[in-house]
Design a protein around this ligand. Structure first.
Ligand SMILES: Nc1ncnc2c1ncn2[C@@H]1O[C@H](COP(=O)(O)OP(=O)(O)O)[C@@H](O)[C@H]1O
Ligand SMILES: [Mg+2]
Length: 257
């Protein structure tokens, strides 16, 4: 597996759980000892800050993506875990970097020494440019017709570009009216890499500004996020000496035992 391994979390629909999964996956990878960067590339409604208890910065992804700043200028450290985060900046206009800016953005990410880079995006689809040239596109859907139809359309776009994609199914309640996993797989050529239950620990953790995998690692959603992180990290060794995420990480894990 080449590093940094870049995972872009996307969906054409809003509110399906992209940000929740991006944040918990990034924190889970960091807790496993991987040098991880989380980027909020939702240029209209950046919300990673709410999940992590970090203020929206006045300089973040936009400055980096448009070439006004380097990674090191816009990276913030999530104190409890040591996770590196490039926050979004609230703006009334979405930005679309030029092809040249995208190339530079992508090159700086590729040249960095992160093992994993997780990019949270806004709903919709951005034509393939280097910002979307990820190693894996994780398409988030809910187990209903509307959301799955939209996920399959997005998968078809990625297929046309030869981009690798997998699906994460979120908010599973195991109700008869939901689409089952086998029904989803009937129309999908790729893999379902994550299954996440509907879980009250999610809104509770957002309200507390502490990601679910930190607040309650025994919660069903947290276990699913950890499982996804383990699946993704297969074959890659954590960085030596980074495992604890600092003193706070050690303390947090002690309390979570
Ligand atoms: N597995 C889940 N269980 C319960 N609530 C969830 C779950 N996943 C997401 N949510 C809720 O859904 C809302 C939208 O999630 P969010 O991650 O912001 O979606 P998106 O980034 O796709 O717009 C949030 O308020 C969150 O609390
Ligand atoms: Mg979001």
């Amino acid at each position: 597996m080449r590093t940094p391994y870049i995972i872009r979390i996307g969906a054409q629909k809003g509110g399906v759980g992209k940000t929740t999964i991006a944040v918990n996956l990034a924190v889970a990878l960091k807790l496993m000892g991987y040098n991880t960067l989380l980027i909020d590339a939702d240029s209209t409604n950046p919300s990673i800050g709410f999940h992590l208890g970090m203020e929206n910065a006045n300089m973040g992804t936009r400055a980096f993506a448009t070439g006004k700043a380097r990674i090191k200028d816009v990276v913030h450290v999530h104190a409890p875990t040591g996770l590196h985060v490039i926050p979004g900046v609230v703006s009334d206009k979405p930005y679309v970097p030029t092809a040249e800016q995208s190339r530079r953005f992508s090159k700086e990410l590729r040249d960095s020494n992160y093992q994993f880079i997780i990019i949270d995006t806004q709903p919709g689809y951005m034509k393939a440019d280097s910002m979307t040239r990820a190693d894996l596109h994780l398409i988030v859907t809910m187990p209903n017709m509307e959301s799955c139809a939209s996920a399959l359309r997005l998968a078809a776009e990625f297929d046309r570009e030869g981009a690798k994609h997998s699906i994460g199914v979120n908010r599973i309640r195991n109700r008869a009216y939901e689409l089952s996993l086998s029904e989803i797989l009937e129309g999908y050529s790729g893999k379902v890499i994550g299954e996440f239950p509907e879980d009250e620990s999610v809104p509770i953790s957002i309200a507390e500004h502490i990601p679910s995998v930190l607040l309650n690692r025994r919660a069903r959603f947290s276990k699913s996020a950890m499982r996804l992180a383990e699946r993704i990290a297969i074959g890659l060794e954590p960085e030596q000496g980074r495992k604890t995420g600092g003193f706070f990480g050690w303390l947090l894990r002690l309390f979570q035992r």
